[in-house]
Design a protein around this ligand. Sequence first.
Ligand code: SAH
Ligand code: AVI
Length: 330
Amino acid sequence: MMNPLVQPEIRIDSYLGDGQERSLADDARDGLTRPLKELPPKHFYDSRGAELFDQICELPEYYPTRTERAILNDTATELAAVTGAVELVELGSGTAAKTRVLLDALHAAGTLTRYVPVDVTEGMVRDCAQELIEEYPGLRVHGVVGDFERHLDRVPDPAGPRLVVFLGGTIGNFAPSERRRFLAQIAGLLGPEDHLLMGTDLVKDPEVLEAAYDDRQGVTAEFNRNLLHVLNRELDADFDPSDFDHVARFDAGNEWIEMRLRSRRAHTVTVRALDLPVHFAAGEEMRTEISAKFTRERIDEDLADAGLELVRWLTDPEEQFALTLSAPAG
Ligand code: SAH
Ligand code: AVI
């Protein structure tokens, strides 16, 4: 359902509602009846999940956020000059905390007119739109509350040279085949004058990686278990989150971190909205997220497969994290 026009500088279109509940129900029915139980990570982000993610970004072990911000600080002026973007479209925008570095640079360059955040969490899109029009006089915000896997076609037509940004390493949360399909869809948003700026976490020491996903304060564990609260609330399930341990392991073969929830005891949960009993053996694990770590070669290949070519490779001195600026191959 469209819900346009709250005030002139802000337009928010929402495409969730029933469709999203169906998506959670379908994913739960599918994922909880497989031999290796699995749920997709997009369901972490209710308002509590979004809050926990914000806390994760501040943790000493979670280097991606501060590293990506440092790269942005060093390169935003150059990015603004190279792209000449009048609009910034952000996929999985969240609170747009780091995005402000880019918005500042585009604003200072005098080109910025519109910001288009796309996120499943409606409250964040609305709050962020309000904050940004106050921070950037003259900026218009056209928010799209939706699932970027289903609603990319709802991104409004470009208002001029466009910069699409996909930060934080969220591309790593896709399985490889879906990731390639999604990159091709993103490439479909780009015309000859447009660019994609994408953040990717890089392969590194497994100890550093595992610590980033299993912090000492237990915030990531709570984020992981929040998925069970979402299932309880949205699908009338009766998970007891304290029956599950948080697990985060680096899978060296696939070069990704896997987050799982491990059942402490044999028990059966009922997902009442689906009329679905789900049995967990003692020690059984359910996969809740993969977070792929990249090499430069892998990123080059993925971009090329999507018809994009690298314009800038931007990384920190320790090569922990990378931002790639790419454009439709000429
Ligand atoms: N870009 C921010 C936030 C990353 S967290 C950063 O770099 O810090 C991932 C964000 O993507 C969350 O805000 C979450 O709500 C959103 N998200 C996850 N899956 C999504 C999906 N399928 N469609 C739209 N947004 C999604
Ligand atoms: C949003 N995404 C890139 C985060 C990541 O690192 O994969 C989500 C996250 N999961 C646990 N910690 C952070």
